[in-house]
Design a protein around this ligand. Structure first.
Ligand SMILES: Cc1ncc(C[n+]2csc(CCOP(=O)(O)OP(=O)(O)O)c2C)c(N)n1
Length: 537
């Protein structure tokens, strides 16, 4: 576009507005309706135009929380949500959430304001290398700039597929006010549904292999449950489902669902594995890397095979489930005979204040239709093992893309923004990681929010890692970061109620609304006794 001439300041603002409008129109068509912004001078004009368009805007003080919150919104709605930053180090704060979105194949959109490109490499304030910053972790990056009297949109990377995207917009200094504009959102760009492609030879080889088959189900969005259920009923094999699969307690699959976790998987001796949804957390799954004689078929929205080996592993896109050429035979492997089906219940009953037993107590305290996020890996594993049926209509989520313990409070708050009742179960160090997350609470729809910190005084997951058993006391201390922190002052700082919980009766709760930190302190001796009785260590 040719340069129209007037005063230099006016011209700069006009160009900025033109660029920003082009960007916002593109985001509009992509279906972005929510923006999580962290302000700076560089993005002021962008924020003003966003507000003038009456977009949904959440505002944050720091970008890491903003990005994880935005990711939570994407995970809930599966629609693109933008996180908007100023220039400089602000951009880098988005990286962890972008990585997580990459491994979950979620459309988190980073919009970063930049100084004009002529400043690059000059060391001028807040002029850093923003273009291409997220490397392979985005499916598309685009830089928008008005340069030499022309509008340039430079595409750095465009691989296609699902995942995060980055728009870097170079802006001159200058600001102008505009009247609020009433605009109907344009129709969303229809999500392209290209015919799925998959390794047909590999898949049919998998189906023709012999021996008992196990289905493992990792995280599934509640909207994907019907397709998963239909597939599992058709194959008719035993199913080991994580809580985040949203299949636990499923009536239709009752006769196929296995309980008892790792011990049952070991006893079953599967010779073939079909995995649905995200990569499972089970140890048994990880050990499949060493067992190359067991073929694996993955069916997932994210294109990752979840194992380092390629031998005998076929990975199909989720869309195959609806494709007429994806042949699913009935395999009907028999359910394993469990030596002592009551044993887990007995061990839990004998240790009612152990960490795993708390998962059962908590699940009974949750209301119907709750949104439940399981934070880091220990609560996820304990929940998988020890919680009973989830509350009716519950929807489970977790950040199991890159398995970070960062941004969990913020992701949960993003997930919960529209929920009536929502719960986060998170470890103490993971909670410490995201102390600024609750900033956003006053901007959310009122609802019942329970942030449950399982405070076992440090990173206790490390004592559950088999190959770390030999670690000496000194190494263990540095890894676990033992502490005696209380989460009460944190709750108070953000205006949340606080409850210290040491016995299940304290989980009684009549409140329908409000946010509260519930600090659960499990009994360490009972936790040890539980694991000793259940697993022998
Ligand atoms: C960003 C990030 N840093 C470090 C780790 C390594 N890590 C995994 S679990 C863990 C400790 C978690 O402790 P806590 O939240 O208290 O949970 P617990 O182990 O007690 O369940 C750490 C540091 C990680 N996964 N992500």
């Amino acid at each position: 576009m040719a340069d129209s001439n007037s005063s230099p300041g006016h011209t700069a603002v006009t160009r900025n507005v033109e660029l920003i409008s082009a960007l916002l129109n593109e985001l509009d068509v992509m279906g972005v309706r929510e923006f999580c912004v962290a302000a700076g001078a560089r993005n002021a004009q962008l924020l003003h135009l966003l507000l003038a368009r009456r977009s949904v805007v959440y505002h944050f003080v720091e970008e890491r929380s903003a990005a994880f919150f935005a990711l939570g919104r994407v995970m809930h709605s599966r629609r693109p949500v933008a996180v908007v930053t100023t220039s400089g180090t602000a951009v880098a704060e988005l990286f962890p959430a972008i990585m997580e979105a990459h491994y979950q194949a979620m459309p988190l959109i980073a919009v970063t304001a930049d100084r004009p490109s002529r400043y690059r490499g000059s060391g001028a304030p807040q002029a850093v290398e923003q273009m291409g910053f997220f490397g392979n972790y985005v499916v598309r990056d685009v830089e928008m700039e008005y340069r030499d009297g022309e509008y340039h949109a430079t595409v750095g990377r465009a691989t296609g597929g699902n995942g995060p995207q980055h728009f870097n917009i170079c802006l001159e200094e200058g600001f102008a006010c505009f009247e609020a504009e009433h605009r109907e959102p344009p129709p969303r760009k229809p999500t392209p549904h290209p015919a799925p492609e998959w390794d047909k030879v590999g898949a049919s080889k998998f189906w023709s292999a012999k021996g008992p088959m196990l289905a493992m189900v990792g995280g599934l969005h509640p909207a994907d449950v019907p397709a998963a259920r239909q597939f599992l009923l058709k194959v008719g094999v035993p199913v080991i489902a994580e809580a985040t699969s949203n299949l636990l307690g499923d009536e239709a699959l009752k006769s196929q669902l296995l309980t008892g976790g790792e011990a049952v998987m070991r006893a079953f001796e599967a010779k073939r594995v079909v995995r649905l949804g995200s990569v499972p957390s089970w140890r048994w799954w990880r050990d499949l890397d060493e067992r190359e004689n067991i073929p694996v078929l993955n069916i997932s929205r994210a294109p990752f095979r979840g194992l380092s080996r390629t031998q005998g592993v076929v990975t199909c896109p989720w869309e195959v489930l609806r494709h007429p050429d994806f042949h699913v035979p009935m395999v009907a492997s028999a359910m394993p005979v469990i030596a002592d089906p009551e044993r887990l219940e007995q061990v839990l009953k004998a240790n009612p204040l152990s960490e795993p037993a708390w998962m059962g107590h908590l699940s009974r305290a949750m209301g119907e239709g709750s949104m439940i996020m399981l934070g880091n890996s220990l609560p996820i594993r304990e929940w998988n093992l020890a919680s009973e049926s989830p509350p009716a209509g519950a929807a489970f989520f977790a950040n199991r893309g890159a398995n970070g313990i960062d941004g969990l409070v913020s992701t949960w708050l993003g997930l919960s923004a529209q929920s009536q009742e929502s719960w986060l179960i998170v470890g103490d160090l993971s909670a410490v990681y995201d102390l600024g997350g609750p900033w956003i609470l006053p901007q959310l729809k009122a609802g019942k929010r329970r942030l449950v910190v399982i405070n076992n005084g440090g990173g206790k997951i490390f004592s559950r890692v088999g190959w770390l058993k030999e670690a000496d006391e000194g190494t263990r201390r540095v890894m676990e970061n033992p502490h005696g922190l209380s989460f009460e002052p944190w709750a108070r700082m953000w205006g949340m109620d606080y409850r210290l919980i040491t016995v299940p009766d304290q989980l009684r709760d009549d409140a329908d609304e409000g946010a509260a930190v519930w600090e659960v302190r499990p009994d360490m001796l009972q936790t040890e006794a539980f694991w000793k009785a259940w697993q022998g260590s």
